[in-house]
Design a binder for this molecule. Structure first.
Ligand code: ADP
Length: 697
């Protein structure tokens, strides 16, 4: 228990509660209560008719762990003996009373520890019922023993004594025990500390005192000629409903004290039982037994109800908290008409965020209306299945689209005991897109790897032939030198040497050197090409809108001489749509295409070069068409390979690198480059690039 939950009294009691402190306190309170009881001796039975001490003893036991009970009972026994002896009873009678009065709380507490058990606080109905059982049955049984004492000691009537004992101890238990236990144990003093509540309490205590005094104290006015104790009920019930078991116990105690004082003083409206004080006291006690039972039961039932309500409120708050703060969307649907329609009943914050829609727009609407096309999504079938079988269903990631929403959704569907259907949903569009991007990158990586492999393969293949030349002619040179040195060794005159060595020196050696030179020049060209290709992939792109009409015109101007030489006709179907790209690199692409169109012309027919553009969706597709040689279909795929030339004769100059570089550049722009061609008719090269807004023709 947290210290703030402990009442002030409990804390005080706890502090005073060293075991000895507790026992001393018990001895003192018990002794005083017993002396109070002994002030109300009835004759001729000669024993107390009011017995609050029994309630004190039982409360003390209920507030302590059973291992402390023996010591407490010993204290009760001694205090009882002392109270009896000091009020004039002889030793034997005192001993008898002390025994019976110790037996009674021991048995009552023993019963209540077993049933209801737990922590007795009188805020459970079972606590009150246990107390009633103790007061009625256990106390009734111990009274059988206790009544022997006056019967044997003073010759009193046994059954009359038994009845007095039963009622007086019963009331002592019913009034005093809850009073002490609830005040020491239940709740805090905080509620009382509020000023408004304090004023209300005070007003109520005053009202109750006045009413009790009016009913039980003053009867000289003649206002209430008949007994009217029932008039206290509204006040007691009020205390019970408004306050707590503690307040109801206190109210009862207060009213009991007032009524006892009044009755003893011979006033009050309780003349039942005739003039004999004992009979009147018994009547008062009977009334309060019933009143106490009623209010205690009422208070306990109320506390239980409040607790249940608080638990319900807490669980509702917990549900709401969970519902609103969970990161997945949650929608609750009410099902109508045999699972035909599903109406939005609740929709959480995450759902609002995921679907970009405030819940107010959804609540009360049918899913068919709010999510048109939901049936194609497959969710309704899953709903109906869950609704029929009660088994949860996971509706996998699927694409949902209507005029407002579009995305990949996953739903987990289950049924509530109320019959409502719940979906917990996620929008996995971003994940789907990331997956698609991931797959695209993987495919690109694979393609690049293949391309790199082919570049390496072709490059190493093409580099090998000049290298083999160099190696071969290098070997030849070595041979020639060996030959020359042998000749030199064998020749006796310079004349002889010159004659034999001349052909080697004049023909073979220069020949070999020429081959070595041309092969290394070829290697230089190849390596230079490779470097250019690799550089193209590394130069950062300066992407910007490109005016293609201007770019093509500039290129045509720089090719004016070659165009004239080729006697070519160039048609530009302009203005050309703009695109987004790196102006310099795109310049290289189109320069290469125009260059090739001019180079690979067919001498049989005039060359016409046509440049055009078409915008399709996000793409601007440029075409460079010629009426040249054309490319056979089976080799069209080869022309993009590095150093690949269709005509190896060398009649047309070139390195076989232009289209490789062009395609690399276009792909870096996330565009496409391809060819359509027919030998004997001509070729058309297409370049698709991201279209630029604002530079459209
Ligand atoms: P290069 O022009 O240096 O040979 P390219 O990579 O530009 O290298 O071209 C590769 C090959 O593709 C050329 O050698 C040629 O055989 C063929 N080719 C390119 N453009 C055309 C064209 N417009 N018409 C016919 N063949 C072409």
């Amino acid at each position: 228990m947290k210290s703030s939950d402990r009442s002030l009294l409990e804390r005080l009691a706890g502090r005073a509660a060293s075991p000895t402190g507790r026992l001393t306190l018990l001895a003192l309170v018990y002794f005083l209560a017993a002396r109070l009881g002994l002030a109300f001796i009835v004759q001729p039975e000669g024993f107390a008719i009011i017995w609050p001490a029994g309630g004190v003893a039982l409360a003390a036991l209920l507030l302590s762990p059973p291992r402390q009970w023996p010591a407490m009972l010993a204290v009760v026994f001694v205090a009882n003996m002392l109270a009896n002896l000091t009020s004039g009873n002889n030793l034997a009678v005192s001993l008898g009373f002390a025994l019976a009065n110790s037996l009674e709380p021991a048995l009552c507490a023993g019963l209540m520890a077993r049933w209801p058990g737990g922590r007795i606080s009188f805020s459970r109905l079972v606590d009150v019922l246990g107390l009633v059982a103790a007061a009625a049955l256990v106390n009734g049984a111990t009274a059988l023993v206790g009544a022997l004492v006056p019967t044997l000691g003073f010759g009193a009537s046994y059954w009359r004594t038994w009845a007095y004992w039963w009622i007086s101890d019963g009331l002592g238990i019913l009034i005093v025990t809850p009073l002490i236990v609830t005040w020491i144990r239940s709740g805090t003093l905080r509620s009382i500390a509020k000023p408004a509540r304090q004023a209300e309490n005070l007003a109520w205590v005053l009202l109750l005192s006045v009413a009790a005094w009016f009913i039980f104290g003053v009867d000289e006015s003649g206002l209430l000629p008949e007994p009217h104790p029932y008039m206290l009920y509204p006040l007691l019930v009020w205390a019970t409903l408004r306050f707590s078991p503690r307040a109801s116990a206190a109210a009862l105690a207060l009213a009991t004290i007032v009524s006892l004082v009044g009755t003893v003083a011979g006033t009050g409206s309780y003349p039942l039982g005739g003039d004999a004080l004992a009979s009147r006291l018994v009547a008062v006690q009977g009334f309060f037994c019933v009143a106490s039972l009623t209010t205690l039961v009422l208070a306990a039932v109320l506390v239980e109800r409040r607790k249940a309500e608080a638990t319900l409120r807490q669980s509702e708050a917990r549900y709401r908290e969970l519902f609103e703060n969970i990161n997945s969307g949650v929608a609750v649907y009410q099902v109508i008409d045999d699972g035909r329609d599903f109406i939005f009943k609740d929709f959480n914050r995450a759902g609002e965020r995921i679907d970009h829609q405030p819940r107010a727009e959804l609540l009360g609407r049918s899913i068919f209306e709010a999510r048109p096309g939901i049936e194609q999504f497959g969710l309704i079938d899953a709903f109906r299945q869950v609704w029929r079988t009660g088994q949860p269903v996971n509706h996998p990631v699927k694409l949902y689209q209507d005029e407002r929403l579009s995305g990949w959704y996953e739903n987990f569907i289950y049924k509530l005991p109320s019959g409502e259907i719940v979906t917990v949903f996620e929008n996995l569009t971003e994940r789907k897109q990331a997956e698609a991007e991931h797959e695209r990158l993987l495919a690109e990586l694979e393609r690049k790897n293949r391309e790199l492999e082919s570049v390496i393969f072709i490059a190493s293949h093409d580099l090998r032939s000049p290298l083999i030349n160099i190696q071969g002619f290098g070997k030849n040179l070595r041979k020639y030198f060996e030959l020359l040195s042998n000749i030199l060794d064998g020749a006796d005159t310079l004349e002889t040497f010159r004659r034999v060595a001349q052909p080697v020196l004049v023909e073979r050696v220069p020949n070999a050197l020429r081959f070595i030179e041309s092969s290394s020049a070829k290697m230089d060209v190849l390596i230079d090409g490779l470097l250019r290709l690799s550089r193209i992939g590394r130069i950062p792109l300066q992407i910007q809108p490109v005016d293609m009409s201007l770019l093509i015109q500039t290129l045509l101007d720089s090719l004016a001489f070659q165009i004239e030489q080729a006697n070519a006709q160039v048609d530009v179907h302009g203005p050309l749509a703009g695109c987004r790209g790196d102006k310099n690199q795109l310049g290289q692409v189109f320069s290469n295409l125009l260059d090739n169109a001019l180079k690979y012309r067919d001498p049989q027919r005039p060359l016409v070069i046509t440049i055009a553009c078409q915008v399709s969706g996000q793409e601007a597709i440029y075409s460079v068409a010629d009426t040249g040689l054309g490319i056979p279909a089976e080799v069209q795929a080869k022309i993009w390979e590095i150093f690949r030339r269709l005509d190896e004769s060398g009649s047309v100059p070139g390195e076989g690198l232009g289209l490789t570089i062009a395609r690399r550049i276009v792909e870096r722009h996330e565009g496409r480059l391809w060819v359509e061609s027919q030998p004997g008719a001509g070729s058309c090269f297409y370049v698709a690039l991201p279209a630029a807004e604002g530079i459209d023709p």
